[in-house]
Design a protein around this ligand. Sequence first.
Ligand code: PMP
Length: 387
Amino acid sequence: MNLIYLDNNASTPLLPEALEAMRPFLCERFGNPASSHVFGRQARKALEDAREKIAVLLEAQPDEVVFTSGATEANNVAMFGLAAPTPARLVTSFLEHPSVLEPINELYRRGNAITYLAVTPDGVLDVGKVRFHEDTRLIAIMLANHETGAIQPIESLLRALSVNGNGRAAVHCDAAAAAGKMPISFRNLGVTTVTISAHKFHGPKGIGALLVRRGVKLHPLHFGGHQQHGQRPGTEPVALAVGMATALEWSLRKLDEHQARLLDLRQRFLAALREHAAPVMVNGPVEGGLPGTLNLSFPGCKADALLMNLDIAGVACSTGSACSSGSLLPSPVLQAMHKTGDILHSAMRFSLSPLLRVADIDEAARRIVQCVNRLRQAHDAEDGSIG
Ligand code: PMP
């Protein structure tokens, strides 16, 4: 039985070109980019070339790119770096990833007040209801949601902030689920900081970046070195940076082709499930979200049982963010979207890659149909025996 991987929002396989580009910097060109000899200079050149490539691809300046170990670290560096030492008000929503919500919880314990923005049933921030308090210091809003693919209205939100906010608030945007899957212009987005993570777009694990607008000073979270202007000290992982730049360049160069392919795969997959495993409900935007992310409820099934059955059937997917898996609690993202009962408890996330073959998506749909129908029959039989 071949294994079919439909959990690309959790992580993706490394692009072969990225591995090839990384190889010299893991082996013969291993120097520390801070060293002044030739080994160091080779490493520094590769690191700065990667930084520049990422900056160009995301319409930022090279000195605005700070390498981190991934999105979790980038979100922490941004949130604690932007929050004032004296308590103020922070604004976010329950759509955010735990690597934003947990720093928010810690900042609450340190005396900050928190406002959670309202969310529509489609998983988009309800901008019409947004009112910013005078004392707002930091707003944390993601670009695209990792569980539903919903793209957030950053522009309207910034407009609302300039109309009724104090104009001094910083805005952090977690773009970990969006980077490589939609165009991002740091220049035009108008936010203070942006998070990306390489392993979400076929780059290596262990590297991400925080884009930090020129002139913005972050309160440092780490101490101990001068690297990256002290914003994230420590020896930079040159090979990982080269791999991230290569994967991002590939993702964005082929973006139109990938989006068209993902839309095609998504429609095919959804049509097969609707035909043979109805009822199937889409949680999130039916159109206009990230095409590779599909959150579906199968009423009559329990999500954890379905996940386990699909694993045995060779289909890898998830019931939500990998960082909250292991928890049997229903997804906070779906709860924020007012999903309840059977819809909430039967929700599964399928996340596709443009590298998937049509035959694999068809086979995955066939196995899912089998598992869903079997679980529904067992559920009905159980209900009958109880009644
Ligand atoms: N933010 C979002 C939106 C994510 O999807 C993830 C990965 N699940 C993260 C942050 C954390 O990313 P990393 O694994 O790079 O720490």
